[in-house]
Design a protein around this ligand. Structure first.
Ligand code: MN
Length: 295
C-alpha cells in the first residue's frame, strides 16, 4: 500500500510526517457532530439520569455516581445518560490526560457496567457535546441522537437533553448553533489541550455570569417548542434534563393528556446541612417512577 492513510480531519497536511498528539481524536474517528446517534431504542428495565456535571470540583457527587453505578445501575438492563454527565469535555484525549483522573474513573465505572451486561447509552449535553468515538469505545456506551424515541413496552417516550427547546435564550441558541457545526468542532479539537481547557474555563465563567443576569424563565424550555417536538414525533410523553427543575408536568396537547418528566441535576457537594440533590427515573413497561438518591 502506497496511499496515505485516511485523514478525515484534514490534519495531516498541517503536520506533515509528524504524529499529532494535540488533537483529541484518533485517526479515522468522526467528529462528535458527525457520529450517528441512535434515533430509536427499545428499553426493558432502564434507569435514566442526566446533568451530573461531574468534575474534580465536585468530589461527593462523583463518589455518589460511582456508587450509583456499582449499586443501583448494575441491577438494571440499561442505563441512559441524557447529557451533561461531565461539567465539561474538551475532547476524548481527556481519558489519557495526566490532569484528569475523574474522567478515567467515570469511564471505568461505565465500562464495568457494560462488561457486566448493562447497556449504557449516552446523549450529548451542552457541556459534553464533544464526547466522541474514543469515549464510546472506552466505555462501551452507545450514542443516542437528540431527540430520540424510546420504546417502553406499549408506550413510546421522546428523550432529549432539553437545551434545544430553551429558545427564549436567544444568545444561547446562537452559541449552540455555532458549537454544533463541524468546522467549529474540527478547529477546536485540533488545538492543544491546554488551549481547549482555557477556552472552556472562560466559557463557563461567562455562562455563570450570564445566568445571573438573565430572567429566570428564559432558562427554561419554551412550552410551544415542546409541543412542536411531541407533535412531530407523534408522542405525548417526554423525558428531558438540562433545566435543573425536576418535575412532572401534566398538560393537554391538542386535547390529549401529555406528560413532561424533567430529570434532576445532581449535587452532593452542598454546604454542611444543606440538602443534596440527585436521582433518576426508573423506566419499565409498567411506566416511569422518580427516585431520589440519599447521600
Ligand atoms: Mn445542560
Amino acid at each position: 500500500m502506497t496511499g496515505a492513510p485516511a485523514d478525515p480531519l484534514g490534519t495531516a497536511a498541517a503536520t506533515p510526517g509528524q504524529a499529532d498528539h494535540s488533537g483529541s481524536l484518533l485517526a479515522g474517528d468522526p467528529l462528535p457532530i458527525e457520529l450517528a446517534g441512535l434515533a430509536t431504542v427499545t428499553l426493558r428495565d432502564a434507569l435514566v439520569i442526566s446533568d451530573l456535571h461531574l468534575s474534580a470540583g465536585a468530589p461527593a457527587t462523583l463518589a455518589r455516581f460511582l456508587r450509583f453505578c456499582a449499586e443501583e445501575a448494575a441491577a438494571h438492563a440499561e442505563l441512559l445518560i441524557l447529557g451533561d454527565l461531565f461539567e465539561y469535555w474538551v475532547g476524548d484525549d481527556t481519558l489519557n490526560a495526566d490532569d484528569d483522573e475523574v474522567s478515567r474513573q467515570v469511564a471505568a465505572a461505565l465500562r464495568r457496567l457494560s462488561d457486566g451486561g448493562v447497556q449504557v447509552y449516552v446523549m450529548h449535553g451542552n457541556r459534553d457535546l464533544l464526547l466522541g468515538a474514543g469515549f464510546l469505545r472506552a466505555t462501551g456506551a452507545r450514542l443516542l441522537a437528540d431527540p430520540c424515541v424510546a420504546t417502553l413496552g406499549a408506550r413510546q417516550v421522546l428523550l432529549s437533553h432539553g437545551d434545544a427547546w430553551c429558545t427564549r435564550d436567544v444568545e444561547y441558541m446562537r452559541f449552540r448553533t455555532t458549537v454544533r457545526q463541524a468546522a467549529t468542532q474540527r478547529q477546536f479539537l485540533a488545538g492543544p489541550r491546554a488551549a481547549r481547557l482555557a477556552f472552556m474555563g472562560a466559557a463557563r465563567a461567562q455562562s455563570e455570569a450570564g445566568k445571573q443576569a438573565k430572567a429566570i424563565d428564559i432558562m427554561d424550555v419554551t412550552p410551544a417548542e415542546v409541543d412542536r417536538a411531541l407533535r412531530a414525533a407523534g408522542l405525548t410523553l417526554l423525558i428531558h434534563g438540562h433545566t435543573h427543575r425536576p418535575a412532572v408536568h401534566r398538560f393537554a396537547l391538542d386535547g390529549a393528556p401529555a406528560e413532561r418528566w424533567v430529570l434532576p441535576n445532581w449535587d452532593f457537594d452542598t454546604a454542611a446541612g444543606a440538602p443534596v440533590r440527585g436521582g433518576y427515573l426508573a423506566a419499565t413497561s409498567d411506566g416511569l417512577r422518580r427516585v431520589e438518591l440519599a447521600p
